[in-house]
Design a protein around this ligand. Structure first.
Ligand SMILES: Cc1cc2nc3c(=O)[nH]c(=O)nc-3n(C[C@H](O)[C@H](O)[C@H](O)COP(=O)(O)O)c2cc1C
Length: 180
C-alpha cells in the first residue's frame, strides 16, 4: 500500500521505486480521508469518523506500507500524526492496533530543502516502531524536490536506483515478516 501522507496533490510526481515494484499495490492519499483533530471527547460523543474506519480497513488488508512523508519544522506533519492517532484507537471487533501491528513500512520524504525531509523521518520511524510496525532500515529523502522530478518521473538515475532499492527491500522484508 502506497500512502501519500500529504494533503496537497499539485506537486505529486511519479516515483519509479513506488508501486511499480509491488505485486498488488494500492495507493491512498490522506486528503481522501479527512479527519478532525483527535479529541477524546469527540470520539466518546460521536464515535470514529467514517474516514478512520475506511482507511483502517484498507490498511488491515495490506502487509506492507510505503509512506511518502513531508516534513514540517524538522518533524512529522500534523496531518500524518493525527491520522496515526485516530487509527491507533481501538475498533470494535478488531485486535488492538490492527492497522499497524506486524506491518512492514518503508519511508520516503521529498522536500524543496537541502535535507529532503530526513529529520521528519526520524520521528515517523519512532512513532511507527512504537505501535508495532517493522520500519525497514533503508529510507530515501529527496532534497531539492522541485528539481528532482520531471513529467517522466525521477531525473537522476542514482536517485531512481535508490528508490528502486527501497521498494525492493520493502517487498522482500514484507514477504519475510509480514503479518499475513
Ligand atoms: C509549516 C511548514 C513547515 C515546513 N518545515 C519544513 C522543514 O522543516 N523541512 C523541510 O525540508 N521542509 C519544510 N517545509 C516544506 C515542506 O517540506 C514542503 O512544503 C512540502 O512540500 C510539504 O508539502 P505540503 O505543504 O503540501 O504539506 C515546511 C512547510 C510548511 C508549510
Amino acid at each position: 500500500m502506497w500512502i501519500v501522507a500529504d494533503a496537497r496533490i499539485r506537486r505529486r510526481r511519479r516515483q519509479r521505486g513506488g508501486p511499480d515494484a509491488w505485486s498488488r499495490p494500492t495507493s491512498s492519499k490522506l486528503r481522501d480521508y479527512p479527519m478532525p483533530l483527535y479529541d477524546g471527547d469527540l470520539e466518546a460523543g460521536d464515535g470514529m469518523p467514517e474516514s478512520v474506519g475506511r482507511l483502517g480497513f484498507r490498511m488491515r488488508d495490506h502487509e506492507g506500507l510505503l509512506l511518502a512523508c513531508p516534513e514540517y519544522n524538522s518533524s512529522i506533519t500534523p496531518l500524518l500524526k493525527n491520522t496515526i492517532d485516530w487509527l491507533s484507537r481501538p475498533v470494535d471487533g478488531a485486535a488492538p492496533l490492527a492497522a499497524f501491528r506486524g506491518k512492514v513500512a518503508g519511508l520516503l520524504a521529498a522536500s524543496p530543502g537541502g535535507l529532503g525531509g530526513l529529520r521528519g523521518l526520524v520521528h515517523v520511524r519512532a512513532i511507527l516502531s512504537g505501535i508495532g510496525v517493522h520500519v525497514i532500515p533503508t529510507q530515501v529523502a529527496v532534497p531539492k524536490s522541485h528539481e528532482a522530478f520531471d513529467d517522466d518521473g525521477v531525473r537522476d538515475e542514482r536517485l531512481a536506483g535508490r528508490l528502486d532499492a527501497l521498494a525492493a527491500e520493502l517487498v522482500r522484508t514484507t514477504a519475510r515478516l509480514g503479518s499475513g
